[in-house]
Design a protein around this ligand. Structure first.
Ligand code: G6P
Length: 466
């Protein structure tokens, strides 16, 4: 087995963000992959320094993963992270062209930081290493490494959706970005829909020769391959977290505080792609339609803040506070508050307990690469009395989790109707659905995802030197 060099913007599990899904699937998944395969994880430290120095901090984490990180300067963070990555690519790739900002400085900052990543990681790459680059922050990195003479197998995985060609072409210099991606040997997507959009773009806009069956893309004498690899949770690791006193205490804590009411839970980064205001509207519609059930149900929304320097994230937070406040104001009694809204993260153990105590899991993003909260919710259920997953049809996970109650998150009526269905679903149907869901969650786990990607990458022909 060759050594892995994993490169992503975010390295290691950010503190107090909780389980894989809540912190964004990437960090948790890569941590698990590296625990198994060994190697180095390179990226941004999350720290800001006055002036970029290129110094690399090497650390070995408690669970045996070696990380190598660099600090970035304020201008980098502003233009690359808050700017091009999270104000240009993130909204556009989540179909939010209305929120997408196209600033020339953002593009320059993105190029600059990708060069910095390439320069810094270069001395760490050894001859037989397999290099695996992650996510939208680093799409051109493969080309930058090739330009520095790296002939190793280099793969790329996109953790977020790939937008339809008609949206994607609104990005200035879109051709340059995708051409740079074709320097990877293997390009992975979360599901077939994003893969098809990418292949369509390569054929239509770049005139590349595309084989839809094999995913081969030929352009300018080089061949890359694109394929879908749906990411999963670290099932065994998560189940071990569930088998702890801390998890049981958390379960008990939620159950005793909700008593005779059914707990329904949502756990999301505070991000407009997660459909939180729309979800609250759906819950409001449920209370309007079934006013006698206000006493039967309590909704717990855990939403740790995210990317707080960006205006659209500040706006979503304000909107959500207003909407939950409105519903609670109108529907509360002295002894009943229908929505509990919490702006903090919890540990994996605690989340496991909360998921298990909640009889309905509400996961309704407007657009999501995969969504691991959905999978964690399923994993945490009691096989004898499982809860019901209500899942957006626009989450990447919907392709695999067809036995959830699939909803259109834009429709308050559909959300309300399915909450009602979940609330009254007989035990036999709950079990039948859950037994099918758990097979996928258990089998298609993160270790299988890593193995599939790595073995395809390592068996890719060395076609890049043309
Ligand atoms: C998503 C992205 C990840 C990112 C995570 C958390 O899952 O795909 O790349 O790390 O969100 O966002 P943050 O900006 O805090 O890293």
């Amino acid at each position: 087995m060759t050594r892995l060099v994993v490169i992503s913007n975010r390295v290691a599990v950010p503190k107090a963000r909780g389980a894989a899904g809540a912190q964004g699937g990437l960090a948790g998944a890569l941590n698990s992959a590296l625990r198994k395969h060994g190697g180095i994880w390179f990226g941004w430290s999350g720290q800001e320094v006055d002036e970029y120095s290129g110094d690399i901090h090497v650390q070995r984490s408690a669970d045996g993963v070696t990380t190598a990180t660099i600090d970035l300067e304020p201008q980098d963070i502003e233009e690359y992270y808050n700017g091009y990555a999270n104000s240009t690519l993130w909204p556009l790739f989540h179909y939010r062209i209305d929120l997408t900002e196209y600033e020339r400085e953002f593009g320059r900052g993105y190029e600059r930081v990708n060069e910095r990543f390439a320069d810094s990681v270069l001395p760490l790459i050894e001859k037989n290493d397999t290099v695996w680059v992650h996510d939208y922050h680093l799409m051109p990195l493969g080309e930058r490494l090739r330009a520095r003479g790296v002939n190793n197998q280099i793969g790329f995985f996109l953790h977020i959706p790939w937008p339809p060609t008609r949206l994607f072409v609104s990005l200035p210099y879109h051709e340059r970005l995708v051409r740079s991606m074709l320097h990877y040997d293997l390009i992975g997507f979360q599901n077939d829909e994003w893969l098809e959009s990418f292949l369509h773009y390569c054929r239509k806009e770049l005139g590349a020769e595309v084989n839809d069956k094999t995913g081969e893309i030929r352009l300018d004498g080089r061949t890359s391959r694109a394929k879908s690899y749906p990411i999963g949770i670290d099932y065994d690791h998560f189940m071990a977290k569930g088998d702890t006193g801390k998890a049981r205490q958390a379960q008990q804590r939620l159950m005793s505080s909700t008593r005779h009411r059914v707990a329904m839970i949502g756990v999301d980064r505070l991000d407009y792609s997660k459909g939180l205001p729309e979800r609250i509207d759906g819950i409001g519609r449920f209370f309007d339609t079934y006013p006698d059930q206000v006493r039967d149900l309590v909704y717990i929304q855990i939403a740790p803040p995210s990317r707080e320097d960006i205006g659209s994230y500040q706006d979503i937070r304000a909107t959500l506070e207003q909407k939950t406040g409105q519903i609670n104001g109108a529907r509360s009694e002295v002894d009943v508050v229908p929505i509990r809204y919490v702006n903090k993260g919890y540990s994996q153990e605690e989340l496991f307990g909360f998921y298990r105590a909640a009889k309905i899991g509400l996961v309704t993003p407007l657009r999501d690469g995969m969504n691991l909260v959905a999978k964690e919710y399923v994993a945490a259920q009691d096989p004898e009395d499982p809860g019901v997953l209500v899942l957006s049809r626009f989450a990447g996970a919907a392709q695999q989790l067809q036995d959830a109650l699939l909803v259109n998150p834009h429709s308050p009526d559909d959300v309300s109707h399915n909450i009602n269905r979940a609330l009254h679903m007989p035990l036999a149907e709950r079990k039948e659905r859950w037994e099918k869901l758990i097979v996928t969650v258990r089998e298609d786990n993160v270790l299988r995802w890593t193995d599939n990607f790595i073995s395809d990458l390592q068996s890719a022909e060395m076609t890049q030197q043309a």
